[in-house]
Ligand binder design. Structure first.
Ligand code: PCA
Length: 212
């Protein structure tokens, strides 16, 4: 028996929907494979509450694999993030009006954490399914990176693998012409990525998940 926790974010920055939540909600309750169930939950897009909510979900569900997802405006593919940094530097206010600039996610934490997911195997699996994907080396410095960093910090050394995926806008979303992906492709890309993460060992060197 196994549990995979997926999270997506609520809408932010005047958008009415967030494709990360629209996609992962379709995977809630889905059997990833025999004996492995996906639980999908929404996180608030706010520095003050997102991590509290994440930690509650970790305690409640005790998952064996955790993948947080968010919208990456301007991304054109399923972007498997490789590194979370210990920096909040918000370009816009979050949904509670907070806009931290040049602050640490966790003051006593290391500069960065690597994803503990098999990022390259996940990219290959998604591409093999005919869906665009790549490894990304920055999850930004907004709430997504804060959640990613906090997730890696919470699970460092636990043996529970975790990481983050950014997804594109849905078609027609965003101001002006924007790269996008149809919802069905995003859902299937995430499902295939999660399946690869469940079945593949870590493919990059790890030192407890910690960079320095
Ligand atoms: N994307 C934002 C926060 C919430 C979301 O879906 C980000 O990339 O930080």
């Amino acid at each position: 028996m196994g549990t995979v926790l997926l999270t997506g974010f609520e809408p932010f920055d005047q958008d009415l929907i967030n494709p990360s939540w629209e996609a992962v909600r379709q995977l809630d309750g889905v059997q990833l494979q025999e004996g492995v169930t996906i639980i999908a939950r929404q996180l608030p897009c706010a520095f003050a509450t997102a991590v509290i909510c994440l930690n509650q979900l970790l305690a409640e569900h005790q998952p064996q694999l955790v993948i947080a997802t968010g919208l990456g405006p301007g991304r054109s593919d399923i972007s498997i993030e490789r590194v979370a940094i210990n920096l909040n530097d918000a370009r816009i206010p979050d949904n509670l009006g907070a806009q931290p600039v040049d602050t640490a996610v966790i003051p006593e934490g290391p500069a960065a954490y690597f994803s503990t997911l098999p990022v390259k195997a996940m990219v290959k699996a998604v591409r093999d399914a005919g869906i665009a994907a790549s490894v990304s080396h920055t999850a930004g410095t907004f709430v997504c990176n804060q959640v990613f960093y906090s997730l890696q910090h919470a699970l460092a050394g636990s043996g529970v693998r975790s990481g983050f995926i950014h997804v594109p806008f849905l078609p027609g979303q965003g101001a002006g012409p924007q790269p996008s992906m149809a919802l069905g492709a995003t859902v299937e890309g995430l499902r295939v990525a999660v399946l690869a993460a469940w079945n593949t060992p870590q493919d990059i060197p790890e030192s407890g998940g910690q960079v320095c």
